[in-house]
Write a protein that binds this ligand. Structure first.
Ligand SMILES: C[S@@+](CC[C@H](N)C(=O)[O-])C[C@H]1O[C@@H](n2cnc3c(N)ncnc32)[C@H](O)[C@@H]1O
Length: 212
């Protein structure tokens, strides 16, 4: 073997790595879209309906949110919609789930959907972790225990940037427990503008911070 061959091969390997195209955004787009379409109607773990996932996605893209937090991952349907939007805005998602098997399935789904690099999936009790995370965030989706919605909001509020939005699922659901108490509270805040997206009918409240 000529003495220079290893050096030439190393050079070619480095050159190939340097010249390799960055991840093609349209390829990621197609991968996520195919994952969502393939699994449409198959989600069984209290996951958001397709319509509500789309609402979350569109909100993140429209407002150019980049620092997202989700409370209640389950197996990851809403996370995939949010992460897909964050792929377009250049953002990242932290999502929290307390159930180990749902968390593990969500992690597998993020790999399969092609969004794992955008998601920091935490297996934890959100009652504690939401308080501990430093933020700041500019998009929050609350979809865990409804009786704790108001406390989640109070814990996140100081870490939510002006212009950021706190969203919550099931606010129109009559059995929504603490969701209505949460909704009454945020609607009365002078520094938040709150609207409710009907979507699937379960209702997503969107509370956007207008000033500190
Ligand atoms: C309605 S599901 C979330 C659905 C998910 N957002 C989706 O659309 O795919 C609520 C999830 O919150 C989780 N959860 C409930 N209490 C929690 C807590 N204290 N900390 C973290 N997760 C919690 C439940 O285990 C459940 O998987």
């Amino acid at each position: 073997m000529p003495a220079a061959l290893p050096a030439v091969l190393t050079f070619l390997a480095v050159a190939a790595a340097v010249l390799a195209p960055a991840e093609d955004p349209s390829a990621l787009d197609q991968k996520v879209r195919r994952f969502l379409e393939r699994n449409r109607g198959e989600w069984r773990d209290m996951n958001v309906p397709w319509e509500d996932g789309r609402i979350l996605h569109d909100l993140v893209v429209k407002n150019r949110h980049t620092r997202a937090l989700e409370i209640g991952t389950s197996t990851g349907h809403s996370s995939v919609w949010i992460a897909w939007a964050l792929a377009k805005t250049g953002g990242k998602l932290v999502t929290i789930e307390i159930d180990p098997s749902r968390h593990a399935e969500a992690v597998r789904n993020f790999e399969e959907a092609g969004v794992a690099h955008l998601v920091d999936a935490r297996l934890a009790d959100a009652h504690e972790l939401v308080q501990e995370l430093p933020g700041p965030f500019d998009f929050v989706f609350s979809d865990a225990d409804k009786g704790w919605y108001l406390q989640y909001f109070k814990d996140v509020d100081p870490k939510l940037a002006v212009g950021g939005c706190f969203t919550a699922h099931n606010v129109l659901y009559s059995g929504g427990g603490g969701a209505s108490r949460f909704l009454d509270y945020v609607k009365a805040l002078p520094n938040y503008r709150t609207t409710v997206e009907t979507g699937s009918g379960e209702g997503i409240s969107v509370s956007c911070k207008t000033r500190p």
